[in-house]
Structure formats: C-alpha cells, structure tokens
Design a protein around this ligand. Structure first.
Ligand SMILES: [Zn+2]
Ligand SMILES: [Zn+2]
Ligand SMILES: [Zn+2]
Length: 316
C-alpha cells in the first residue's frame, strides 16, 4: 500500500494520527517516570571485606569490576528533579558520585535510614564540615535512631551544625515525598542494639517496591512476607547469607538472617510471577551468590528468583 492510499480516507488518517499520538505519549512517558536505582548490593562490610584473604575476596582486591558496594537504593523523580537515598553507607562517596552521573540533579532531597548498623548510616560523616559541609539535608529516622544521632558524636555535630535536619518517621506511617511518590517505613525484627530497624515500601504512580536489607528470620516478623510481596511489584530482600555454615567457626545464630535457601524454600509454592519480584540484596562477602562462577547463582535463577544488580533501574 502506498502512503497516498494509506491516507486516502479521513478515517485512515485519523487512525494513523491516534497511533502516532499514542507512540509519542509512550516515548514521552519513559523518561518522566520516577524510578529506583540500585547503588549497591553487598552487606555492611562490602566485598571485598576488610582483612579477608580467602578465596571469596582474593580476586576482588585487584579487580574493581569484581568489587561490590554496600546495599543502597536511590529514588529519582526526573520531573521534579528530586533524588533521595535509602541508607548512607560507608560507600556513600562513590554512590553519590554514581547517582550524580546517572541522575544529575542539583540536590539530594533526603536520606532515609533503615537502622544503626555500620553499613547503613555511617556514610552521613561525608555530610559534615570535613567533607561536603552540607546544608540541612533532611535525614529521616525512627525515634531511637534520631536519639542515637542526636546524642552521640560525631553525629550530633552534624545535627548541631545543621548539616542534616532530622525528620521523624513512624512505622506504617506514609511519608508523601511529592504528588507522585510515597514511602512507608515497616518495622522489622533485627538485633536492635542501638536503634530499631525498618524496611521501606516505596510507591510511585504505577509501581511499588519493597526494600528490606536486614531482618532476622521471616518467622519472627509479625507480617507474612508472602503478603507483603503480593502488595508490591519488586522486592529487594535480605540475602545476606546463602546457607547455614557459610562462616566457619562462627555461630550464625548470633547474626540471624533468612538464608537465601530458606527464603526460596518458603516461597517455593508461590506463582512464578510472585517469585520473579524477588531480588536478593545485602549479600555478605562469603555469599556464594556473589561469585560469578559456582552453583548458587544458577540455583537461584532456576528457582525463579534473582540477585539484585548494581545500577539496575526499576520504574515506579
Ligand atoms: Zn546490614
Ligand atoms: Zn571474603
Ligand atoms: Zn543490621
């Protein structure tokens, strides 16, 4: 059919225009949707881990491509030019740089903290007068976390000098980031020595995501993980250890996490679509799923689950 014949009738022409408009709208929608970027997938210590000379880290020391940064998500809204980070890790310096490269915007609109273990808040030190000398960056924290930051140096200096401004959070109480984005803290059981521990549900105009980097066993939570997964589109969940016995000579009951094999077994009977939402994150340097070779990664994929990937984007 020639172009002339295609437009031979007003009906065909109007149909063509409608399709064209839909195509343009489709393309236009892509860059404006808010999204999540994964800025790291490792446990608090990263990989390689300090002092580790074992096989799990040996090659990582000399090969930056094999190094994994500490678990961290960013939320980006390209329309409002706003960016938030979830957790301020010891890798904050390079993670902020990556965010500046991938989503260059003038400011950081806020930081949401999950809890007071070293991999999740100590990056705040980069905001002080020794480094950025930030001006009133909102840091969202639960009550015990707020108390901890306000009363202990060097964090209280960030508060006193107004490098950061602490913003309260309550479990299950939704915070409206802007007209398109919301975030809700969810209290989870963990070894809460200094602070409580939370995960987050992040909700955008069309999709939502779950982020639970640290939790004790799923059975200790007062929610069913299956129900929480059903309520989101993608779920970044604690994959610290692959299986029991992973750290020889250490009692793993002192550092409880849901082993990846336990989570996969628990969720084995879920429909494929539900399993497909899961991305394990916060992997310890010993976790065989961090190795490029080996059986853990293929086993996870064969079972229908995923491991989070640095720089992955998920539209919200
Ligand atoms: Zn952690
Ligand atoms: Zn190691
Ligand atoms: Zn922790």
């Amino acid at each position: 059919m020639t172009v002339a014949r295609l437009f031979a009738t007003p009906l065909r022409l109007s149909g063509f225009l409608i399709v064209l408009c839909l195509l343009i709208a489709g393309f236009a929608e892509t860059p404006t949707a808010p999204y999540i970027i994964v800025l790291g997938i490792a446990q608090d210590a990263g990989a390689p881990q300090a002092g580790c000379r074992k096989i799990c880290c040996r090659d990582r020391w000399n090969d930056p491509k094999q190094q994994e940064r500490i678990s961290c998500l960013a939320i980006v809204d390209p329309v409002s030019s706003e960016r938030w980070m979830i957790d301020a890790t010891p890798d904050f310096k390079t993670q902020l740089h990556t965010l500046d490269e991938l989503a260059p915007m003038p400011n950081l609109s806020g930081i949401f903290l999950t809890h007071g273990h070293i991999g999740h808040y100590t990056g705040l030190m980069q905001l002080g007068r020794e480094v950025i000398g930030a001006q009133a960056i909102p840091v969202f924290a639960m009550p015990r976390m707020q108390e901890f930051l306000s009363r202990n140096g060097p964090w209280e200096q960030l508060v006193r000098l107004k490098n950061i401004t602490l913003q309260p959070m309550r479990s299950d109480s939704t915070i409206v980031l802007n007209p398109r984005l919301q975030i809700t803290p969810l209290l989870v059981p963990h070894r809460d020595e200094y602070t409580e521990t939370i995960g987050f549900r992040i909700t955008g105009p069309s999709k939502s995501a779950l982020f639970i980097p640290d939790i004790d066993k799923w059975e200790k939570w007062d929610r069913r993980i299956e129900d929480v997964i059903a309520s989101v589109d993608v779920a970044y969940v604690d994959g610290t250890f692959y299986a029991d016995g992973e750290i020889p000579g250490r009692n793993m009951k002192e550092i409880p996490h849901p082993f990846i094999v336990e989570t996969m077994q628990r969720l084995a009977t879920l429909p494929a679509g539900e399993k497909n939402k899961i991305r394990f994150i916060h992997l310890n340097h010993t976790n065989p799923a961090l190795q490029r070779t080996g059986e853990a990664m293929p086993a996870i994929q064969k079972a229908g689950f995923h491991v989070a990937v640095e720089n992955e984007r998920v539209k919200l």
